[in-house]
Design a protein around this ligand. Structure first.
Ligand SMILES: Cc1ncc(COP(=O)(O)O)c(C=O)c1O
Length: 455
């Protein structure tokens, strides 16, 4: 049976990925989702109007697929610290956290000061190298154990350039990736290569956490690289096992392929990212999100010999251009964020808070269709018929999108802003009382909908 209110676009389609979603329904769930939708429409007339106006010039009123949800998305008016405020006057504790980029919140005083100082004393768009870019590069190299790094404007770009670099370096084209992986707008591998994906014929897609399978795929002559997330973020915070990640690194080394670790999301899990926690030494690591201080940012770096392909002094170097690669605002705010706010001890403490938060959620969701996965302050909510708590690859779980929709809309009524797909990227300095309140609201949700969520 189809599930209630299956999304017009699936959560992964939200990311530009394609998926054949399983749709099931129960009449109780349909009625609950319908009622929640009705309340949503009644509570948000201003958002409805903004959406209607936006459809005039933006296809589907949208310029970022993730942010569309039926019947219309909430339109935010502003953000402050850990909160966001919508056009209908509602206040939310922000658990979207700009998909990890808003680590410092929406108005951190040091970030604000840096941006204002930069505008006042440096200016914008100098069309030249600036001293600050080398300072930020040094800091990132030291923190994440890289020999060399280059900047760009997004995580997508970081992965595209990293791939171009390693293909040039190895003289090979094929790259091993994993189903459920997301490496950017045109680099999604939910169910094979997504429709808008680049390099359609260059991918070898393995199963995440399948150690033996991955070994076979990588240990071939024509593999240029392995590209992997240490935890599949957009795929639902599915953790890579240490054995799996180390095997990828070892197999890549064995055949002269490059091991690329995508830390666009996970670099905030510890002082030197997930690679530090898992004892990995990737050939290239890719970054983005909060490392620009809240501005558009991407970076890729690692081994000096590989990164040398981008050295413009050598005759056969690869070009890597981008008008805003070293823009004054991101170079300064990113540096202030990493040097003055996201210090190593802060990273450790904050992720401990995230671990405790997840443990509380796991306790309250125990023996229900809801489960919570993740690491540190990055978590994801799942709803499945069997309430699966151990998920090792995307093939393991068949999400119940009716329940996810119901949860999404009812958590908004309780004043929590989460993604519809259920990811939670915590913002620094979110009060413990709000984390506790969320756990309480989740418990009440499960009690209220006992008949729908019981195993
Ligand atoms: C692991 C991973 N890689 C790459 C990207 C793409 O980053 P951006 O959205 O900045 O292009 C994302 C975005 O969520 C991501 O989660």
């Amino acid at each position: 049976m189809p599930k209630a209110n299956s999304p017009p676009t699936s959560p992964v389609a939200e990311l530009g990925l394609t998926v054949k979603s399983q749709v099931k329904t129960s009449s109780g769930l349909s009625a609950a989702v319908e009622a929640a939708k009705q309340r949503f429409v009644e509570r948000n007339p201003a958002s409805a109007k903004f959406f209607e106006d936006a459809t005039e010039y933006l296809p589907g009123g949208n310029t970022r697929t993730l942010l569309y949800s039926a019947p219309f998305p909430i339109c935010m008016k502003k953000g402050e610290n850990y909160q966001v405020f919508d056009e209908d006057g509602h206040t939310y504790t922000d658990f979207v956290g700009e998909l990890t980029a808003a680590l410092y919140g929406h108005s951190h005083p040091l970030i604000k000061e840096s941006l204002i100082n930069t505008i006042n004393t440096v200016g914008l768009n100098l069309g030249a190298t600036i001293a600050q870019e080398a300072k930020h590069a040094k800091l990132i190299c030291e923190r994440f154990n890289l020999s060399k790094v280059r900047f760009c404007n997004s995580g997508t770009e970081a992965n595209l350039h990293a791939l171009a670099g390693v293909r040039h370096f190895t003289g090979k084209r094929k790259v091993v990736v994993f189903s459920g992986g997301y490496h950017g707008a045109v680099l999604g591998f939910w169910d094979g290569v997504q429709e808008n994906g680049v390099d359609k014929h260059e991918w070898v897609i393995g199963k995440y956490n399948d150690v033996e399978g991955a070994k076979k795929l990588i240990e071939q002559d024509d593999i240029a690289a392995v590209l992997v997330e240490g935890m599949q973020g957009a795929g639902g915070c599915i953790l890579g096992t240490n054995e799996f990640l180390l095997q990828l690194q070892e197999s890549a080394r064995k055949v002269g392929a490059c091991f690329i670790l995508d830390e666009v999301m996970t670099s905030r899990l510890g002082p030197s990212g997930l690679q530090g926690i898992e004892g990995l030494s990737p050939d290239i690591t890719t970054f983005g999100k909060y490392l620009g201080g809240g501005l558009a940012f991407g970076a890729f770096g690692g081994r000096a010999d590989i990164m040398a392909v981008y050295d413009p002094r050598s005759p056969n170097s690869l070009a890597h251009s981008g008008t805003f690669n070293n823009n004054t605002l991101a170079m300064n705010a990113g540096f202030v964020g990493l040097s003055e706010i996201w210090k190593p001890d802060v990273a450790v403490e904050f992720n401990k808070i995230g671990d405790a938060f997840r443990a509380s959620l796991q306790e309250v969701t125990n023996s229900t269709k809801m489960s919570v996965t993740g690491r540190g302050a990055l978590n994801a909510i799942h709803f499945s018929d069997n309430g699966l708590t151990k998920i090792s690859c995307r093939e393991d779980i068949d999400e119940d999108w009716g329940l996810k929709d119901l949860f999404y809309m009812e958590m908004m009524e309780d004043g929590f802003w989460i993604t519809r797909r259920g990811s939670i990227a915590m913002i620094l300095d979110t009060p413990q009382s709000e984390l506790d309140r969320f756990v309480d609201c989740v418990g009440k949700f499960l009690e209220r909908h006992k008949s729908l969520v019981s195993l």
